[in-house]
Design a protein around this ligand. Sequence first.
Ligand code: GLU
Length: 320
Amino acid sequence: MSPATDPRTYDLDAVRRRVLPERGGAVDDSIPQLADADPELCGLALVLADGSTHASTQSDVPFSVQSAVKPFLFALALLDTGGQALDRIGIEPTGEAFDAIKLETSTGRPPNPMVNAGALLTAALVDGGDTDARTDRILRGLSAFAGRDLEIDEGVARSEHLCGDRNHALAHLMRAEGTLTVSADDAVAVYARACAVLVDARTLAVMAATLAFGGTNPVTGDVVVPPDVARDVVSVMATCGVYDGSGRWMRSVGVPAKSSVSGAIALSAPGVLGAAVVSPPLDEQGTSVRGRLLAEHLSDDLDLHVFGRRAGSAADLPAG
Ligand code: GLU
């Protein structure tokens, strides 16, 4: 094994060039805006403990965050319920697709916060008296993770709301089980708007870094969530973040992560760095094909695998 590269001098455009020839996967077509995504988009960014951001070409191209928002919704739900969200949602991997119409058999709870059922519920558990207030609180919370004011792509939100039949079905099922207390349509509306928040690889890397560094945004210095909340969220990313591909992901990349249908993946390497990769063509589990390759290169080159660190790695760099 070669020694780890210093992330401060890592050539992100070189690693990007390594994955560009890969042509596998298909762009998601669940809504027109995602179907129109540029399959050639490919970008990545890293954020280190001192708040420095290192980014490749195309790391500032905006896209809707989609399911990469789920760890942050879980964090906000934990914060706003004082941890009680953990009684309302399971934390076990499902081995099934992200939108499986399935709840825990004995409890009627969603299986975990990284699949759609769980994220519909976490979005509903965030503080706010109605959908607008809850959406506003989510947008402010996500902006604190990002260290800048984020915006919603209203066209994407409308399409998600209209085309998200399985999300409507899940919300109704949770109503029937008594798990969801707001109306099914309100729950889908808030979740759809959270999925439609615009980010880019740089921004998503700052958000992932905030979780990697115990809930404190390394760029702004703001404590967004307490360390125990960040720890809970990163733990569930490790076991459930890549849906029914989570086991394979942890073996080959070894960094807690969350995939999304926009082709972005947020990676939180605890105490080391936050990263984001984006490339729209997806594999059968909804994971970006080039994104996975980028993550494998990052993990290997920067020695990020949480169960296989070599000596003298990025984990040993001084903070601040
Ligand atoms: N907006 C998508 C949905 O709820 C997100 C799915 C994903 O990114 O995996 O169907």
